[in-house]
Design a protein. Structure first.
Length: 288
C-alpha cells in the first residue's frame, strides 16, 4: 500500500501564521507560487489588496513574487448600483478634460478683459467704450485676446542684447587687457541668480504692465499732445528707448567688470600659519 504524500503545513506570507494557529481561517492560493509563499489568508490578502489598490477597486494587482495577476470576482450588484458606478466612472474620465476646459476658458476671458481694459487705457475710456460698442462682436472676441499675446511676444524680443553683442564684438574687443589673452567673458544674466522661472515671470509682468507705463510716461513727457492714443504711443516709444539705453549701458558695465577681474594667488604663508596653529591647538588639547 503506497503511502500518501504529506501536504506541507500552510504558512501565510503576510502575517506568518500557520493553519494550526487558526483552524477556522480561510486560505487561498491565488498565484503560481509554490512552497512557503503559496498560501495566504483570505483576510490578509484582502487587506494587502486594499493597500495596493489605494481605493481603486478596479486596479489590477499581481503577485510580488511570480508576477501572476490575481483574479478578483465581485458579487453581483443591483441595477441602481450599476448605474451609479457607470456614472462615477464617466465623471472620473471626463473630469480632467473639464478641468482643462475651465482653465482655458478662464485664461481666454481674462485675456479678453485685459484687452478691453488696455483699449480703454490707450485711446481713452469714453472713446474706447464707443469703439468697442460699434465694433463687430466676433472681431472683439478674436482681437482682444491677441493684445496680451502680442505684448508678451514683443517683450521677448531682446534688441538690447543684440546691441551689446555688437558693441563687445567691434569695439571693446580691441580694448581687452593684455593679460586676458583675448578671452571674451560671459555677461551675467539679468538679476542676481536669475533662472528660467524668474525670466518668464519678469517677461510676463513686464509685458502686461507695459500699457500702463506707456500711458503714464506719455502723460508726463507729452502733455501737449491732445490725442490720448498718440500720447500713449509716444510714451511707449520713449520708455522703450530710455530703458534700452540704460540696459545697454548696464550690460556693458557688467561686461567691463567681468573682463577686468583678476584672480589672486593663494596666500601660502597665511595658510601654513593657520595649519600650524591648528596643530598646536590639537597638541594642547591632547596634553590636557
Amino acid at each position: 500500500m503506497a503511502l500518501q504524500e504529506e501536504q506541507p503545513e500552510k504558512h501565510c506570507w503576510v502575517c506568518f501564521a500557520t493553519e494550526r494557529d487558526d483552524c477556522s481561517a480561510e486560505w487561498v492560493s491565488p498565484c503560481r507560487c509554490k512552497g512557503c509563499t503559496k498560501w495566504i489568508h483570505q483576510s490578509c490578502l484582502q487587506r494587502w489588496l486594499d493597500e495596493k489598490q489605494k481605493a481603486n477597486s478596479g486596479a489590477a494587482v499581481s503577485c510580488p513574487q511570480c508576477g501572476t495577476e490575481y483574479h478578483i470576482i465581485f458579487p453581483k450588484m443591483g441595477p441602481l448600483v450599476y448605474f451609479l458606478q457607470q456614472v462615477d466612472r464617466a465623471l472620473s474620465r471626463a473630469s480632467p478634460f473639464a478641468a482643462v476646459g475651465v482653465v482655458v476658458g478662464t485664461v481666454y476671458w481674462s485675456a479678453v478683459t485685459y484687452g478691453a481694459v488696455t483699449v480703454m487705457q490707450v485711446v481713452g475710456h469714453k472713446k474706447g467704450l464707443y469703439v468697442m460698442e460699434r465694433a463687430d462682436p466676433l472681431f472683439l472676441l478674436m482681437g482682444l485676446p491677441t493684445i496680451p499675446v502680442l505684448l508678451v511676444l514683443g517683450k521677448m524680443i531682446r534688441w538690447e542684447d543684440y546691441l551689446v553683442r555688437l558693441w563687445q564684438k567691434y569695439y571693446y574687443k580691441r580694448k581687452l587687457p593684455p593679460a586676458s589673452g583675448g578671452y571674451l567673458p560671459r555677461v551675467p544674466a539679468d538679476g542676481t541668480g536669475a533662472g528660467d522661472h524668474l525670466s518668464v515671470s519678469r517677461t510676463l509682468c513686464g509685458a502686461l504692465i507695459f500699457p500702463s507705463i506707456a500711458s503714464l510716461v506719455g502723460r508726463l513727457l507729452f502733455r501737449q499732445v491732445s490725442s490720448n492714443l498718440q500720447r500713449t504711443v509716444l510714451g511707449g516709444i520713449a520708455f522703450v528707448l530710455i530703458k534700452g539705453v540704460l540696459k545697454v549701458y548696464f550690460k556693458q558695465q557688467q561686461y567691463v567688470i567681468q573682463a577686468n577681474r583678476h584672480i589672486l594667488n593663494y596666500p601660502e604663508g597665511q595658510g601654513d600659519g593657520q595649519a600650524e596653529g591648528g596643530e598646536d591647538d590639537a597638541e594642547d588639547s591632547g596634553n590636557e
